[in-house]
Design a protein around this ligand. Sequence first.
Ligand code: GLY
Ligand code: MN
Ligand code: MN
Length: 508
Amino acid sequence: MFSLSSRVFSRCNIQSSILCIVHCKHCTTSQKSRQPLQSDNLNSPQKNDFYGQPTPYTHPHLMKEGELIPGIELNEFKERRNRLMHKVVSTTHNRYHLAVIPSAPKIYMTEKIPYVFRQNSDFLYLTGCMEPDSVLVLSGDSSENFKSTIFLRKRDPHSELWDGPRTGVERAPTFFGVHQSLPISELKLFLMSHMKSYPGLVLWYDYLNAVNTEVHSVMTSVIDGANGKQIWESPRYFTHQLRLIKSPVEQRLMQESCNIASTAVSKAMAVTRPGITEHQLFATVDYESRMKGAEILAYPPVVAAGNNATIIHYINNTQQTQSGDMVLMDAGCEYHGYVSDITRTWPVDGKFTDPQRVLYEIILALQLELIQISKNFPSLDDLFHFMCRSLGYKLDEAGVFSSNVPKDKLAQVAYEFCPHHVSHYLGMDVHDTALIKRSIPIKHGMVITIEPGVYISKNNVLARPEFRGMGIRIEDDILVTDSGPVVLSALCPKEIDEIEKIVSSSTY
Ligand code: GLY
Ligand code: MN
Ligand code: MN
């Protein structure tokens, strides 16, 4: 790439090679003819070449030739960037646009001890790059001629000795399929030069939700330096619109993530017996997920026995189960960047008591109804309103309330018994594509959860005493298709007979 800079520089009067590489309106050379030069003489990864992430050569058990991350080919990332830029430039045709999407930073737990790195999902979606302290910059005034630049940490033998190989700027254009790569240290100069050359430039950067403090301080100084002359917007909403609809390969990865988590949760059921701790059940689901190929759990799981299950975000997982308890486990895994999110509730003795069975049957019937209704492409909010109405009616019919609840108040009271939404989008993040409203109709290619529950704490006087101290949720992951909902987590049992059979055959 530096050979390109010097070649261009030699024809141009501008004192910044960076400025010249990216938008050489000062040179006569056409961008299109120059684009491939950086990567021309650099081959794709080969055996014995180590990059900042797995390749088909270093990790043949994970990925096939042509894939940039396991299961996803390089071309899909190029298409995603194209589609994003198409959305960006179509907002204002007569302006130059620059979109800045930072990676996650490396975060330290304590002096020199890093946390496990998790990439920013928007950045991973657009680049396939798993390295920290990197930035993707997309620029152009039409999606037909847009340019992609990835800023990366330079290769550095000392750092690589400690932290492992880096891809580095020289190999990045070929490896990530971008037009060019520059060292992260040159980000500011690159942006400033663009700001200067395009006074009406629209800067797409999510200023209000900074994901990387170092990049954010560069962006702040660039934006401050522009003295309010540039327009800035967040690219996140457009990225989330793209991420909302899963491509066929993403659907396959989600299915595998769900298969792994379903099997792991079933295994946790199978090892359950009175006296096992929440922590041991957590360890089981974690172990089984990793043994089947997941990299990590998707979130700190809820493993809640007895009354703990009435605390929606209970993640202490420190208690020992007792005979007569139910366990609520909400767990999912991350598989090559795609997550699952499953909840099951089961009796530690392998047999539901009568009040447990009454409540469980209500939630199971409701969950099956909601899955059926999803066939009609409602919004997630529609599903939520249905849940409140139906749950209120069902709890009333089963005699769960300790006093009479007027019919027109049933939905409102039900919300006190299930104070969370019944559905969210699922994908690379657990609460995926958070900028997409839950009021839009669902459609083919979306993955959603359906997760009704009921939580009656031991002090809840609105319920009859035999129903107190119990929390139940049943959560599945659903791929929406034109031919009906596909339950991706179908391998995880939820019928009473199946659950009782698995738990009572405890293998612990
Ligand atoms: N596990 C988080 C949720 O179900 O939304
Ligand atoms: Mn969920
Ligand atoms: Mn969940």
